[in-house]
Design a protein around this ligand. Sequence first.
Ligand SMILES: [Zn+2]
Length: 92
Amino acid sequence: MQCRQCGTEIADKAIVCFRCGASTTDPVRKAVPIKKGRPWLLVVVVVALLLVALYLWMFSRTAANAELPELAAGVALGAAAVVLLIGLARRR
Ligand SMILES: [Zn+2]
């Protein structure tokens, strides 16, 4: 195929032109369109869950029966991680 930038004949499987460096395909990362969703909501939820986890963890340090708050802290922490991952995956 031909480089669409400089017209040099390059291999069909080439990702970039060896001469001018132009990519042979459209850039994978296109300009990210402004989402109409609520990106701040994700941050708020994650921060809130992290705060809950922190609070429960601190509470479990002083509580006589630390198992339950520790478990809840773990669940909140896990939920924060899941929300964050889902949010990040959706952005792509
Ligand atoms: Zn080229």
